[in-house]
Design a protein around this ligand. Sequence first.
Ligand code: HEM
Length: 253
Amino acid sequence: MSQKDNTVELLTGKNNFGKKSRIPAKLDFLQSVTGLFLALFITFHILFESSILFGKEAMYRLTKLFEGEPFIEGGEPLIITALAMVIFSMFIFHAFLAMRKFPASYKEYQRYRAHRELLNHQDTNLWFIQITTGFAMFFLGSIHLYMMMTSPEKIGPYASADRIFSDWMWPMYLLLLVSVVMHAWVGVYRLIIKWGWFDGKDPRKNRKRSKLIIKVLIAVYLFIGLVSLASYMKIGYDHQSDYGSRYVMEKIK
Ligand code: HEM
């Protein structure tokens, strides 16, 4: 199949023989897989990052673990660069696949709004949450991932806290946190509905239960993220006069 055929198939949803194309279904599937992978990543990321709540040493040890310290003396920040590059590629690919579903013009957006008001359909509202948080994350997530890729050595209890507090990154993290937590869990809920996971004998009841669990997870993750952010801010505030100096573990001071 030529490149041109592929593009026509993508735009019209039909192949050369006038039959329904399978490309949109394949792209949909890829969007679900990449989305699920990223949701899983962020679920663990927020937990790892909340290690600061157990103290500076806990966060420092975890950072060094990710830098491969058990195998490489002193750790290697380039491991973080590589990891961030993989996540960034997945993130961009997922956003690219999602762009197919964005309203293409203001007119199309107005039509969508009228439809939304008329139906007040919950799943249509969820779709709206997905495109607005996805749009915000496209910018905020890119800023964050770029910093992690280019300055992987500047991660740690003091380095992260200085960035968050003294470098004024906290408003960006606050917006990113709310967007990513909503986007990830609403996305997982939509996958549950779309692919009929856990439908069982009583799909209605199970979907209601899934919705409740997702709401609880959103609240829990927002709470963990906000408390961690506040903790970094407190450390950054106390560390202002020593801005730029790095954390050294007590025993080896
Ligand atoms: C391998 C890739 C990533 C690495 C190494 C990484 C690392 C970090 C680190 C070290 C922090 C603490 C703050 C700082 O040092 O600046 C942080 C915070 C944060 N990251 Fe990431 N991150 C990655 C990917 C992502 C992605 C893809 C997202 C979402 C799109 C994300 C969302 C956040 C949020 C929302 C916070 C603040 C959390 C809070 O408020 O508690 N991160 N990240």
